[in-house]
Write a protein that binds this ligand. Sequence first.
Ligand code: ATP
Ligand code: MG
Length: 283
Amino acid sequence: MLKIAVQKSGRLYDESLKLLKECGLYVDNGMDQLKAEVRNFPAEVYFLRNSDIPQYLEDGVVDIAIIGENVLSEKNANVYVLEKLGFSKCRLSIALPKTEEYTGITSLEGKKIATSYPNTLQKYLDEKHVTAEIHLISGSVEIAPNIGLADAICDLVSSGSTLFKNGLEEKDILFRSEACIAANPTSLEDKKEIIDEILFRVQSVLKARDHRYILFNIPNPQIKTVGKMLPVLKSPTVLPLLDEGWSSMHSVIHIDDFWKVIRGLKEHGAQGILVIPVENMVI
Ligand code: ATP
Ligand code: MG
């Protein structure tokens, strides 16, 4: 049995379960359970508090976890990051009241900084040879400057709207984070096969999310030129249409190239362009 930890509730919960599902691991809803069995895979899912996950992972209570890199780094957990997952992206940043001047971390020499990430912050201050007073707060850090508790904060930022609402401005980025799959080092050896299987599935789901299946009709003389614009898999499929002089071309494209490719196809006379999501991608 592989033991997988996910956040019990919060920002990581929905995306974590969605990913497991797309990997073919169906978990019966566990909102109020600590533990749920996966129906069709030898695994159980533990629903834990985000901040507790690194310790459980390090101790081998669970074998792998879906967790933010920021938490692993704060807890200095002795675990392996196997794959970044592309969601829950955020930055651990220094923010100050808009009106305060900031010319670098040395501006905070002798000042008070409120944070829920004391270790990461202390490490950064040490690296920069800055001495500041760290004020540990477990939540709503952004109100600290307004109530006179601190001169600055060090907190997670994604859109920046919470900072904005509190009259704060992001001045410095300490750390960029996203959700990842991390593993206990011993489990990685003892349960290598099953962890490899999960990883293989995760990678194929992630790859599929970045790609689209595309098909369109094209006049035959344009096939070669257009074929060069569709570089992802081995080579595009070409099927004859009933109408003479035309073919249907099929391929897979990366979403980053999407609009460029579509424009190019239209310029070369493509018609009836269909774009379809890809569920899984194994290359
Ligand atoms: P717990 O489960 O212990 O209550 P928590 O309160 O830190 O933990 P959330 O606020 O749901 O839990 O955040 C979970 C994770 O989501 C963070 O550790 C971080 O990796 C990620 N995250 C992404 N964007 C943000 C953001 N703007 N603010 C806070 N966390 C963010
Ligand atoms: Mg919370």
